[in-house]
Design a protein around this ligand. Sequence first.
Ligand code: UD1
Length: 422
Amino acid sequence: MDSFSIVPTGKPLSGEVEISGAKNAVLATMTAAMLADGVTTITNVPYLRDTKTMSNVLRVIGCRIDGGPHEFKVDTHGANHLEAPYELVSTMRASFYVLGPLVSRFGRCRVSLPGGCAWGPRPVDLHLKGLEALGANIEVTHGYVEATSNGRLPGGNFRFPISSVGATVNVLMAATLAKGTSVLENAAIEPEIDSLVDLLLSMGVKIEGRGTRSLVVHGVEEMHPGFSETIPDRIEAGSFLCGAVISRGKVKTTKCDPIHIKSLLDIFEEMGCIVHTGKDWAEVDASSRDLKPVHVEAVPYPGFPTDLQAPLMAVLATVPGESKIRDTVYIDRFKHVAELNRLGANISLEGNTATIKGVEKLQGAPVMASDLRAAAALVIAGLVADGETRVSRIYHLDRGYENFEAKMAKLGGMVVRLSDQS
Ligand code: UD1
């Protein structure tokens, strides 16, 4: 298992870093390709463990994935094995996205339940209820979901009781091939949903309400293959900007959408950083600044994202005074707290609220990544900790950050991968 060795250089991060395509967008668009027979092209694909896993899921179903590492041509012509096995779905929850497209195009499929994740149970009840509302029959047996439909799904109306990105993705995809019109209320409005809607529109379905919580999908009998240019990864951009602020540096993220990270940029401004943005870049300058503590809530988009909660917590651990972060999306997502405290942070947890008392100096130590964003937080903390920080279980980070060490090196951060052959 690989680990990272992070040795502080004593210098703040500075320079420019190019942002890759969004993991969470491409996982949805890859599965949407299965709604049509033929080759859908997806560009700006990030080269990640998760995109490889999704390729494997689609291959098991019978699809071919051609093209280079950053351009996928998803050929769905041979898709006929309508099953996603436990071995794959349990390693990546987004594999569950195949459920919606498969049941709506083929009228049946069998997909493993994803199970829990590193920080909690993470149910899929809303995916299933939404599909049922469109007319699918759902049975859960032996850890698998069996979804069937007698002919085309009738379509229907569904109101998501809470905002869920994944359930919106699944139900929206299923609605495209339904007989009738479907209305999805309180749908998620994350940029990754807009990106999916854009691909679906290119495949020939009519959807009203893009960018709003109310999506009206006029189902069609057949979709044709489409095209998607993957949007920039807002979480990757935010993570590098957290690196800039923790090191009191100045970093410009390019090929990103500053609107997608406005909530984070607003927090940085409140803390006292200087923020500049252009059409496709954002720059944060935290050099020679006395930073102020903040109170933050992780909420659905356009609010501050739960995926940046851990990286921001690392930053706040170095800011004098008392900060607070409350996560309302994933109330148990705090495994990184104990690890950050191993690095000398002073963070206490009560329910879903972390109180962070800024310390003068973090100290390097061996720590363990519990999930993707926790891994990023620990590396970011290691950039400014005294002495070496060893972060183990880096496979979590490899799921969602392309070329991480090289990008860090470009900014002056020293993050070295240690491969453990044992
Ligand atoms: C997606 C993102 C993940 C991000 C999360 C929240 C992908 C591949 N992953 O995950 O990086 O952290 O959005 O922005 O895009 N819920 C239920 N029942 C369900 C589904 C969700 O109760 O059937 C709850 C969850 O437990 C959570 C909340 O809804 O409390 C939001 O979760 P959701 O938006 O669905 O997260 P994911 O789509 O799994």
